[in-house]
Design a protein around this ligand. Structure first.
Ligand code: SAM
Length: 232
């Protein structure tokens, strides 16, 4: 075989490998939930950071009311998964106090950089930033009293794997809490794929080893779902 033929063959092999790896990446990233058929929302980019801190947010989402309803005690170890710039992490850090800890996880290093800046400004020192992946939040196993997902679950590209990993990170009596805009209410001005109904959340979360304890109605726009781990 001439050098030219070898080069051509190597190029062909590389081309085939590239096509195969692209196909497997596309097949891996789900765009619909396999149980409910729900369209998975794209991950909010860094340009969304401003929206996460919009001035109307306190009125629309009432974060302190949400945290009162959920119940967060001093000394707890909690995680804010998909923490963004830390709108909830910093509030939770103040509530758990110096004897507690908040693991603030996100898949975007830029979000975590902004979160660290805000935590430093707020003089909060009990937040541990964690860079996760779309299939692994990288939380320590069996260690969380509570895992909070605010306006995040609907963005998980691999929701089933993530729920299994979150379950492993919870203590046996730990709680998984989801806040999601109410899909049942068409007056809430949020795009459909960024909202979730009670039926959808139940159908997707329960099969991954959780039981629904309650759905709280304290917020003007969002459901608060409280799940516990099922023993499997
Ligand atoms: C709409 S923002 C909400 C941020 C924050 N929870 C809040 O309420 O301000 C969604 C965040 O979830 C993150 N996210 C999306 N998929 C994720 C995943 N699989 N693991 C961790 N974070 C994820 C995004 O990077 C983004 O920062």
């Amino acid at each position: 075989m001439t050098n030219r033929q070898v080069t051509k063959r190597v190029r062909n092999v590389i081309a085939v490998l590239l096509i195969l790896s692209y196909q497997s990446a596309v097949a891996f990233a789900q765009d619909e939930h396999p149980i409910t058929g729900r369209r998975i929302a794209p991950v909010m980019g860094v340009s969304g950071a401003e929206w996460l801190e919009r001035s109307q947010r306190d009125n629309e989402e009432m974060p302190e009311t949400a945290l009162n309803a959920i119940g967060i005690q001093k000394g707890m170890t909690v995680a804010d998964v998909g923490a963004g710039v830390g709108y909830f992490s910093i509030r939770m850090a103040n509530r758990v106090g110096p004897s507690g800890k908040v693991y603030a996880n996100d898949v975007q290093p830029e979000m975590l950089a902004m979160l660290k800046q805000r935590a430093a400004q707020a003089k909060v020192t009990n937040i541990v930033p964690i860079l996760g992946t779309e299939s692994d939040p990288k939380l320590p196993p069996k260690s969380m009293d509570l895992i909070l997902l605010v306006d995040v679950y609907h963005e998980f590209s691999q929701p089933q794997v993530m729920l299994q990993k979150l379950r492993q990170a919870l203590k046996d009596d730990g709680r998984l809490v989801l806040l999601e805009f109410r899909k049942e209410d068409p007056r809430i001005p949020i795009r459909t794929e960024h909202k979730m109904s009670v039926e959808e959340v139940k159908a997707e979360v329960i099969p991954e080893g959780f039981r629904l304890e309650k759905v709280l109605k304290d917020l003007p726009r969002q459901h608060i779902f409280i799940f516990r781990k099922n023993s499997m």
